[in-house]
Design a binder for this molecule. Structure first.
Ligand SMILES: NC(=O)c1ccc[n+]([C@@H]2O[C@H](COP(=O)([O-])OP(=O)(O)OC[C@H]3O[C@@H](n4cnc5c(N)ncnc54)[C@H](OP(=O)(O)O)[C@@H]3O)[C@@H](O)[C@H]2O)c1
Length: 343
């Protein structure tokens, strides 16, 4: 049995879903993995809370069973540094917004956590796109993990497969539908809706973020593909170097014309190189897929990824819950994978 201290930063849609799921899964994680996943504190922009609700630092003994209780008394009397100091070791879970240019606020909080020897599990893409090499070097130096399933298609396993399931195989190319909002819009347009009607529907169903610009313009797909490529292939691709075209220019006529040719339009992120000596290249843009392409059947807010390898053939991954609960589940999976070893 092992106790795992968890500090959550960010309490928006994903942070809350993670918090709820942690309560739901507490007993299961103890029984199945021998892990007491103990949430010690939550920090958000507008304040922080300790789970005793008393506003002072508490130990696990004061928080019955270490189980998270309802957060209350949001105060600003302590910082991430205070919590890291108090609880000594564990995991910092980053659910803050993704700023793809500066990497903040994730960059600063990850640095702080890693420097103190804490593992980091993140749903946020910003820091891993803006400062990947520096954070990887710091994690290596401190011998801790940075896990980013939540930032790379969340419930759809991407990094785990590329890093572990395909270990030893040479990956020749990676191709994917990595954004649920744009795939939903394209699916509904293929069913006859206009772009604006499909986007409105995605917002009403809670699929699209309140500001979906990064999704529509392809930057969310690009950021996920850059993180996957850099981790799985060991590259150092920068977001600023890559060609990104989102849904700009898409209209009902184009989608109907693709259908009349028996093809499907998808927003695809691709990482490939012309030959083994050439540099890796990431591109994001609309592609016309033949009906037998494995990603042509990925519909609605689903996502999909293909790894093309030298000796394991090509591996297709599709599905995965594409919402905050799915992202919360990916964060819990990453925590378990840091601490639990199968025999
Ligand atoms: N939504 C999804 O389905 C999904 C799926 C996978 C990954 N993601 C990624 O997960 C992250 C969170 O997404 P979300 O939808 O949960 O965002 P959100 O609803 O906007 O929540 C963001 C949270 O971060 C907090 N925050 C902002 N700046 C902070 C700072 N400097 N220090 C501490 N906390 C700060 C906010 O605090 P306040 O509450 O005080 O404002 C808020 O609680 C994003 O990076 C997103 O790209 C989202």
């Amino acid at each position: 049995m092992q106790k795992v201290n968890i500090i959550l930063v960010g309490f928006g849609r994903v942070g809350r879903a993670f918090y709820e799921l942690l309560k739901e899964k507490y007993d299961y994680c103890r029984e199945r993995y021998g892990l007491f996943l103990e949430l010690k504190g939550i920090i958000r922009k507008s304040g922080a809370v300790l789970l005793s609700g008393t506003g002072k630092l508490v130990t696990a003994a004061e928080s019955p069973g270490g189980k998270p209780s309802e957060p209350s008394n949001w105060v600003q009397v302590f910082s991430l540094e205070d919590l890291l100091e108090e609880f000594k070791s564990g995991v910092v879970v980053d659910c803050t917004p993704s700023d793809l240019k500066t990497g903040e606020p994730g960059y600063s909080l990850m640095r702080t956590a890693l420097e103190k020897g804490w593992h980091v599990v993140t749903a946020s893409k910003g820091a891993l796109v803006a400062h990947p090499a520096e954070l990887a070097a710091l994690a290596r130096e401190k011998q801790v993990a940075i896990k980013a399933s939540g930032a790379t298609a969340a419930a759809l396993p991407t990094l785990d497969v590329g890093l572990h399931s395909l270990a030893g195989a040479e990956i020749l190319a990676i191709e994917g539908i990595l954004n649920g909002t744009t795939n939903y819009i394209l699916t509904r347009m293929a069913e006859g809706l206009s772009f604006s009607r499909a986007l409105l529907e995605a917002s009403e169903k809670g699929i699209a973020e309140p500001n979906p610009v990064q999704d529509i313009e392809g930057w969310d797909t690009a950021a996920k593909m850059v993180i996957i490529a850099n981790r799985v292939l060991g590259t150092e691709i920068k977001l600023s170097e890559i060609k990104v075209n989102g849904l700009r220019g898409i209209n009902e006529q184009l989608v109907a014309r693709a259908a009349s040719l028996g093809k499907t339009i998808k927003l695809i992120g691709r990482c490939s190189r012309e030959n083994p000596d050439a540099p890796w290249k990431v591109e994001v843009g609309l592609a016309l897929l033949d009906p037998d392409h494995p990603l042509a059947v990925v519909s609605g807010s689903n996502k999909g990824l293909i790894f093309y390898t030298d000796c394991m053939g090509y591996i297709v991954l599709t599905g995965g819950k594409s919402d905050p609960r799915g992202a919360g589940a990916a964060l819990i999976k990453d925590i378990i994978s840091i601490y639990w070893r199968d025999f």
